[in-house]
Design a protein around this ligand. Structure first.
Ligand code: PFF
Length: 479
């Protein structure tokens, strides 16, 4: 059987943008920005998108297009049958199951808000409504509606649907966001929100750098869908004629634009309605736009329904890109039929969603802590693989279809993904792990020299990377 490829030239870009643009931009980005210092977070996040996100996306594309397989098969076959790499691919597949579990709960919130816009359900108390509907049995019920839609599309085969959905969703979401932002700017107090979001607060960044770094890295990975195998799988249907550097840059730019627009809407709204920015948590987007719609009467109802429905479309094109990964794994590697595979995985996600819908702290464990730990770990592994297992083969895959500028950047890219990015990612993962476990690393004294705790963590990341590199090196490796 010949492997499917994207039917149209733009099919891949549309699907990848569909996967990237979703609740990560509209819902998670304002939440993370609000909780991590506003503009300081934005600045750090943008740097990470450019320096880690785009090279990371390219790494995933190279693995996918070279292997023409799902993440497990890709790492196993490209490494010459290594079981260990197969297991690492499986970890990435499991990560998507975990992500889609909480994503389904958030998708359910959007279903509920779409319906509540039509009925005016949140109009009386737009601030308090989120708290009353976000967790518990009803939240789980709405999550099931979202999951059913995701599973139906995955079952039916994703291709055509995603292409069409993304073509409608992208322009619609941009037009809606821009229109709402323009309205928001006419409201008193909105400029304070703009300052919170945009005016660079370097002092805050300096003093809180290590606190906000893991969140910024996790958000960059989440929003670009890297570190899980989604982008590997999508690129596996790709022909040699596409320029990977061009595609990766386009996806990152479009995706970042939607996130920034969401921030330009949410923060001015929160400030102009006098809502507390930090305490909004995962409800920031809901509380802010619901407050706006509730002042607009019937127009607000219509606008609210359209807004939440468009975001739902964006959410679906992302959630199917998550559920598709474990389904494709069962179909390709375990010889399970597509119908059965979709059934099994949906069943597992039902359980995951039930757990995530329990209460706010369980939800945060999945949507915040685990994302910030697992996605950078996944990407670090993929990039070590690219630099040291694929090595020169990665470069020739990268170069196929690339223009002169893209090709000129090939060697620096390979070096960058082979050493500094894994060290950086491991550094953030170790720091986050230590804070999560409540372990504080005291300054160490080595041969009479006192080493700050962050230096010790950095040293651990360097040593881990060095061990990985020495273990993985082969004749094809970059050095
Ligand atoms: N990038 C998606 C979003 O921003 O909503 C979420 C996502 C999709 C993460 C697919 C990971 C993934 F594999």
């Amino acid at each position: 059987m010949t492997r499917e490829t994207w039917k149209t030239q733009v099919g891949f870009i549309l699907a990848a943008v569909g996967s990237a643009v979703g609740l990560g931009n509209v819902w998670r980005f304002p939440w993370m920005t609000a909780n991590n210092g506003g503009s300081a977070f934005l600045l750090l996040y943008l740097c990470i998108i450019v320096l880690v996100g785009v090279p990371g996306l390219l790494g995933a594309f190279v693995i996918g297009r070279r292997s023409k397989r799902n993440p497990v098969g890709a790492l196993r076959s490209l490494s010459g049958g290594s079981r260990l790499w197969g297991a690492f691919g499986l970890l990435a597949v499991c990560t998507t199951v975990l992500l889609v579990s909480f994503y389904t709960v958030v998708g359910g919130w959007f279903v509920r808000y779409t319906a509540a816009s039509v009925t005016g359900g949140y109009f009386a108390q737009p601030g308090a409504y989120f708290g009353s509907v976000s967790y518990g049995l009803p939240a789980f019920g709405f999550a099931l509606i979202f999951l059913a839609a995701t599973a139906a599309i995955v079952y039916g085969g994703v291709e055509r649907g995603i292409e069409r959905a993304t073509k409608v969703m992208m322009p619609a979401i941009v037009v809606l966001l821009v229109a709402l932002i323009a309205w928001t700017f006419t409201r008193p107090g909105s400029m304070e929100g703009l300052t919170f979001f945009l005016s660079p607060d370097l002092a805050y960044l300096r003093t809180h750098f290590l606190d906000i770094l893991p969140a910024a890295v996790g958000q960059a990975m989440f929003t670009l869908s890297v570190g899980t195998g989604t982008m590997i799988t999508y690129a596996s249907y790709l022909g040699e004629e596409r320029s990977l550097p061009f595609d990766a840059t386009t996806i990152a730019v479009l995706n970042t634009a939607v996130g920034v627009l969401a921030g330009l809407l949410v923060f001015p709204l929160l400030f102009s309605f006098g809502l507390d920015v930090g305490s909004g948590g995962p409800g920031a987007i809901f509380v802010s736009v619901a407050s706006a719609f509730s002042t607009l009467g019937l127009v607000g109802r219509a606008l609210g329904a359209v807004f939440f429905a468009v975001v739902l479309l964006a959410a679906l094109s992302s959630s199917i890109s998550m559920l598709e990964i474990p389904v494709a794994y069962l179909v390709d590697e375990r010889d399970v039929s597509r119908g059965r595979a979709t059934g099994i995985m949906t069943g597992i996600v039902v359980v995951g969603a039930a757990i995530c819908a329990l209460d706010a702290s369980v939800f945060s464990l999945f949507a915040d802590t685990l994302v910030n730990l697992l996605m950078p770990t996944g990407l670090a592994g993929f990039l070590l693989f690219v630099g040291w297992v694929l090595g020169k083969n990665a470069l020739s895959e990268y170069e196929a279809g690339a223009g002169p500028l893209g090709r000129a950047l090939g060697s620096p890219w390979l070096l960058f993904v082979g050493v500094p990015i894994p060290i950086f990612l491991l550094f953030t993962v170790i720091s986050r792990l230590l804070t999560t476990l409540g372990v504080s690393v005291a300054p160490l004294s080595v041969l009479g020299v006192t080493v700050a705790s962050s230096t010790a963590v950095l040293a651990a990341a360097v040593v881990l990377t060095a061990i990985a590199v020495l273990g993985l090196r082969r004749p094809d490796s970059v050095f």
